[in-house]
Design a protein around this ligand. Structure first.
Ligand SMILES: Cc1cc2nc3c(=O)[nH]c(=O)nc-3n(C[C@H](O)[C@H](O)[C@H](O)COP(=O)(O)OP(=O)(O)OC[C@H]3O[C@@H](n4cnc5c(N)ncnc54)[C@H](O)[C@@H]3O)c2cc1C
Ligand SMILES: NC(=O)c1ccc[n+]([C@@H]2O[C@H](COP(=O)([O-])OP(=O)(O)OC[C@H]3O[C@@H](n4cnc5c(N)ncnc54)[C@H](OP(=O)(O)O)[C@@H]3O)[C@@H](O)[C@H]2O)c1
Ligand SMILES: Cc1cc2nc3c(=O)[nH]c(=O)nc-3n(C[C@H](O)[C@H](O)[C@H](O)COP(=O)(O)O)c2cc1C
Length: 587
């Protein structure tokens, strides 16, 4: 709609004459009725023009939480704001918006969040409608350690411009420690929109979020005691997979099967010591981080990310180091050279390879981002375990460039967090990885390695609910003898009839690799029959290879079993996705 009709424009004489003739024939009560009707219409048009739509696309909940915070801020300021998920909005609805804030994250390797993928595809397509009366601003969430940093937010920003939109406030690209950037963007964007929208001061302080307040969050984590830690792999295994239990008694923390738990780790003392030795900085030196004072040692251990390298970090670092070789790498048109340097290296390598004489303790701290929490798919149902939350964590250890390396959070959980001591945790709800509401619906679960975690939660939940729906599990890992995670539990579920079918792919027990997708293909006709009977299909675990290969196998099964073309099989699976019967939790 156009907001540009000039105020107080005189009516043309022909329109005036027509109206005069119409009014002369009307009764007084008819004129009153018409006046009221026109006023109501004008109010409706003004209301719509002053409405602010906050549209988010999320996978692990950050964009949703920031959208809710923006909504609260906007309502306090007197905006008429509403919030929508890209998973649930159509382009036709978007077209009706005049004022838009987009908050969206990037996943995979520069991909949209799973639930925003259809909307993203439609929005980027040639058939997308013109949006030339829309004012907008974009907040992009991402992680500088990924090559395609904030790509989806950047795509939305550029597409809104190309569809004719008016960028009212500049896009902000956020790294994983997004709090300050979010505050700056939301304040700035709302100020910019307040200059084009009529605010209703009577409406201020009204706060309508779409869901009940979450008690614990990134900013207000729950301190929960580690009460159990068991290595699930047997002696001789190449893997180390920890079953962990956190005690929730008295915390009030709640979760649902399918959600993830975020854990705030600390760096290891050994790594901090090596870093201090390399820099020759005194650990007791006072440093400040966002107005708070710490000793350097404490800041490096508990507050800052000292392992992840990224191009933006190296660029900032080289502004101090001024190293020609590093500048050459950063400027190289072939970006694979800097990525190759980054892979398998950390801050200590950079300090050794490209020393920075001018670096001080404070300037080092200023270069580093905050240590981000890590997510873990919850491996328990709260219906079966009211006072605990369980995780299944693969411990990350590897050697590169002559040094033993460790994953920060997995080794924090496996080695550094003592039993009966607390860690900071909070739940990141995953609305898109839930059991079917209909407890009679069959489910197929594909979860090799740590991908098994949410399916343990699903089975506990279905048992607690007395769900009648059939359950089929595909699990795989390296060896049957040492790596069959939670073996006794699956066998007990089979015995009691809860788990109707289990197919196992132990990849290294024979010459040729056998993976879960091979087991799916070997059971193609039965799997298709389950799908036809309304089964939900779940995948959890490795995103880079497994999830892709399982998806390929699923397409092949549908194509062959239904006798469909490649395109028709793709449509069948697209429909399953839109019916929320093909759900993935991959990382
Ligand atoms: C929604 C979600 C659910 C998840 N659920 C689970 C789960 O249930 N269980 C689980 O174990 N994990 C899960 N993860 C992964 C988890 O969040 C962490 O990423 C994982 O534990 C590693 O974290 P870390 O801090 O130990 O390692 P980090 O310190 O983050 O190190 C990992 C990085 O080390 C590097 N690296 C690792 N191996 C090598 C190698 N061989 N050579 C060179 N570089 C290497 C890579 O850059 C890698 O990104 C999940 C992730 C998400 C997003
Ligand atoms: N994005 C990530 O950061 C990420 C994601 C997942 C796992 N990991 C890391 O990988 C390590 C172990 O993870 P995990 O315990 O969950 O197990 P995993 O490495 O995913 O392995 C589980 C099983 O899947 C098999 N597998 C390998 N490639 C596959 C494919 N293309 N399709 C299907 N199956 C395949 C493995 O076989 P083979 O090993 O014999 O080939 C193994 O039998 C951990 O260090 C974890 O942090 C990292
Ligand atoms: C498996 C995985 C892949 C990711 N891929 C990217 C990426 O390609 N580019 C990027 O900028 N950020 C990437 N991120 C970072 C997320 O965008 C970031 O964590 C964001 O805050 C998530 O927001 P959400 O919770 O709203 O989905 C990735 C994160 C994970 C766990």
């Amino acid at each position: 709609m156009s907001n540009n009709f000039p105020k107080n424009t005189p009516l043309s004489s022909s329109v005036s004459e027509k109206l005069a003739s119409l009014f002369s024939e009307m009764q007084a009560d008819e004129i009153n009725w018409l006046r009221e009707h026109l006023n109501a219409l004008a109010q409706k048009a003004a209301d719509k023009a002053s409405e602010l739509l906050i549209l988010y696309g999320t996978e692990s909940g950050n964009a949703e939480s920031l959208a809710e915070q923006t909504l609260e801020k906007a309502n306090k300021l007197g905006f008429k704001a509403k919030i929508s998920n890209m998973a649930e909005i159509s382009l036709a609805t978007l077209k009706k918006a005049d004022n838009l804030l987009v908050i969206v994250s990037t996943w995979g390797e520069g991909d949209p969040p799973e639930t925003a993928a259809d909307f993203y595809e439609a929005f980027m397509a040639d058939s997308a409608p013109k949006l030339d009366s829309i004012n907008y601003s974009v907040l992009a969430l991402g992680d500088t350690s990924y090559e395609h940093f904030c790509k989806i937010g950047k795509d939305f920003d550029a597409r809104l411009e190309s569809l004719g939109g008016n960028r009212l406030f500049e896009r902000k690209d956020c790294d994983v420690d997004f709090d300050d950037d979010f505050a700056e963007w939301s304040d700035g964007a709302l100020k910019a929109f307040s200059s084009v929208l009529t605010l209703d001061s009577n409406n201020s302080s009204v706060s309508k979020t779409t869901k009940t307040a979450v008690k614990y969050s990134r900013k207000n984590p729950c301190q929960s005691e580690l009460s159990e830690r068991i290595n699930l792999n047997g002696t001789g295994s190449a893997k180390e997979t920890m079953h962990l239990e956190f005690d929730l008694s008295g915390t009030g923390l709640t979760y649902e099967a399918g959600d993830s738990l975020a854990v705030q780790p600390k760096n290891s003392d050994e790594l901090v010591s090596t870093l201090l030795e390399t820099t020759q900085f005194d650990p007791s030196t006072s440093v400040s981080i966002k107005d708070e004072t710490y000793s350097l040692g404490e800041a490096l251990k508990s507050v800052l990310d000292i392992t992840t390298l990224s191009v933006p970090f190296l660029t900032r670092y080289n502004a101090i180091a001024n190293n020609q070789a590093l500048a050459g790498l950063l400027d190289d048109e072939d970006k694979s050279n800097i990525q190759n340097y980054i892979n398998g290296r950390d801050l200590i390598d950079v300090l050794i390879d490209y020393p920075a004489k001018e670096l001080t303790a404070q300037s080092l701290v200023d270069l580093l981002r905050k240590l981000p929490p890590r997510l873990y798919s919850i491996a328990s149902s709260q219906k079966a375990n009211p006072d605990s939350v369980h995780l299944t964590v693969a411990v990350v250890r590897y050697e590169t460039h002559g040094r033993e390396r460790e994953g920060v959070c997995s080794t924090f959980l496996a080695n550094r967090l003592d039993l009966d001591t607390t860690a900071d945790v909070f739940v990141t709800p995953n609305k898109n990885f839930k059991l079917p509401e209909n407890t009679d619906a069959p489910i197929i679960m594909v979860g090799p390695g740590t991908g098994i975690a949410p399916f343990r939660a699903f089975m506990q939940e279905r048992k607690a609910l007395g769900a009648k729906g059939k359950n089929w599990l595909f699990f795989g890992d390296q060896h049957f003898i040492t790596d069959f995670l939670y073996q006794a539990e699956w066998q007990a579920y089979q015995k009691e009839g809860l788990l109707n079918k289990i197919d196992l792919a132990f990849s290294r027990d024979q010459k040729e690799k056998v993976y879960v997708q091979d087991k799916m293909l070997a059971n193609a006709s039965e799997l298709y029959a389950w799908l036809e009977s309304g089964a939900y299909f779940y995948v959890c675990g490795d995103a880079s290879r497994m999830a892709h290969d399982v998806d390929k196998a699923l397409h092949q099964i549908v194509q062959e079993q239904a006798g469909l073309s490649e395109e028709a099989a793709a449509e069948y699976i697209k429909k399953m996705k839109s019916e929320k019967r093909y759900l993935r939790d991959v990382y």
